[in-house]
Design a binder for this molecule. Sequence first.
Ligand code: GTR
Length: 414
Amino acid sequence: AMISPASAQPEGYNYDESKVPDYELPEVLKTEAGKTVETAEQWTNQRRPEVLRLFEQHVFGRVPEKLTTIRTRVRSRNDDAVGGKAIRREITVFFTADDDGPSMDILLYTPKSATKAVPCFLGYNFHGNHSIDPDPAIHITESWVRNDKDRGNIDHKATEASRGKSSSRWPVEMIVSRGYGLATIYYGDVDPDTDDGFKNGIHAVTEADRGDAERAGDAGGSISAWSLGLSHALDVLTQDSLVDGDRVAVFGHSRLGKTSLWAGATDPRFAMVISNDSGCGGAALARRRFGETVKRINTSFPHWFCKNHRQYNDNEDAMPVDHHMLMALMAPRPVYVASAQEDTWADPRGEMLSLYHAGPVYALFGRKGLPTAEMPDVNKPIHTDVGYHIRTGKHDVTDFDWTQYMNFADQHLK
Ligand code: GTR
């Protein structure tokens, strides 16, 4: 079997803490004009917009304007799903007036026992909504998928063989039993994850200047397109009577954790933000150059970030930001960062440190960040006004991770 590059340790990269270079982080509380931010108001009105713009210009690119042509239609509904515990709906969100044009399907579970609108987790899945649960009534995605023999994905089409194959990452019953809704979307509905010149998915609607060569240096890459999809999904959830739109936590794993962070930064309506093993380009500090690097990620995935980000290949110290400033964009909202011990490619310590170094911004709001810059013991979560854990095991999403997210959400969303 092919070893996933995400769980392996590709050669030629550093996995030795003693070889992390010396680095100096940009000061999160120093404005471009050199003034020190001393109050929450100064952060909100002056520094936060600067930091957001720096991430647009140098890292992810801009998120396209919200579409005005959105329509929804309930595609299926079962009031007796998950052994009678949940209402399950599939809601198609059309990006244009054309039913055959680009669209995304939200698979939404809400607890049947709920007496009022529930807090809800929203996150993309990697392999289609039908992959998160074996329920044969869930439509198999019609969008482009990566070819994969084990999943029966042939000619970029998903098949019956992939039903439920990712269910270990989506403990639907546990989530609804604890009183939460769960909304998930196949990320390939919004933008197929391949370097294809931004022609399809939501880009077919948002792009005027198609093609890598003609694009502006700060035109958003796929992570920005996926973020736009999440904002539109939040609009839909906000209008839904069974979900409380003011209590939606955006969640994502790995590249989709990078995406949940960028969605949380660009759309302050998300009440909580969760990064599961997001690594390079997500929670991890770029300057540490531990595991995956800026150059490597821009080379393997040229479509994820904006073109300007490539200026920092082998040149991390020149970045006007580092990823502690991305975490700071969530403040004062609760943010959770999770790492896995064997996931050295994602730099667990770098993920923890970026959260730690966002602490001064939380402090402006009277909130507590991480108490120390030391790694906690494995499987011993730290929950203040932010959350962090490193669990045993590999690059993945497990019941342990979800249990911590719900414990944390119980404190902040209920
Ligand atoms: C890897 C990539 C990581 C991470 C991962 C994933 O190949 O190097 O940054 O995004 O994919 O999304 O599983």
